[in-house]
Design a protein around this ligand. Sequence first.
Ligand SMILES: [Zn+2]
Length: 343
Amino acid sequence: MSGDEEARQREQEALAIAAEAGIHRLAIPTPFMVGRVNAYLIEDSPLTLVDSGPNSAKALDELEQALAARGHAIEDIELLVITHQHIDHFGLASILARRSGAEVAALDRLAPLLARFGQEAELDDLFAERTMLRHGIPPEIVTALRAVSASFRAWGSAVEVTRPLADGAALELRDRTLRVLHRPGHSPSDTVFHDQSRAILLAADHLIAHISSNPLLARPLDADGDYSGPRPQALLTYLASLEQTRAMELALVLPGHGAPIVDHVALIDERFRLHRRRAEKIRRLIASQPRTAHEIAQELWGNVAVTQAYLTLSEVLGHVDLLLRDGAVVEQERDGVVRFQAA
Ligand SMILES: [Zn+2]
């Protein structure tokens, strides 16, 4: 068997274990680079769907077909659970809730963001714009990216959370208890759901097998309106969250994209090594001469640092935060633009 076939077989085996626990992966199409997003149908009472996919006719159509293949209709969904604030995960939620009358559950601190999606997305863009200019991204690129972001907004939609969940709370279904755990980092609102008796974790984008879950720089959750406080340290937050997950006894992790994860400790250790290596690479670049975060991103990724300017900026700043914490680099600001230099 080829490596690919082996991987596919392992994936099918892991999905079979999930199915035995009544959890079925529905891979929903998105227009984004990441490809399909995983929604999970939990055949329990209430009939539960974890994440919805984006707000598009194609996503709705495929979701309907995937549900029908299991003998359900959208109208049958009784509980909709949202894992975090990214539109590929919740965009369709308002339509599903309207059609099914399902309760909508999400982390309590995420609820206001979902309820005011349009205004909040505008504030997110403002925050991103300021951050990009401050870290050396040219104004014309910032303007272009804003237009892209505004056009993506149609794949989201405001939704009212009828069942706000506290961090640590228990979500009781007939056949299982899901512990609600806030694990911020990839986004400020990342929430994972832990079935302790089956050692299964619904992890969304907190942990993904085939890509490292980029900790995107975002406004803090409770930021009211136009946020201009200290820069949130997304990677440091993320690494602390990963430590917590690493300490858990898990047989199966069901991620928001791609295949299930059966050895989360090995994968998390691999991520820790990746971030250490990347930080060291960035430390060397800064040691050779002071640079803005955007200049560092260009050194590392060339033109991708332009087309994916915010993503790569988040990646660089996350690792610079590690170096700042360790006292290896310092931040210098001149005319509103920040450069990093060796300490
Ligand atoms: Zn995400």
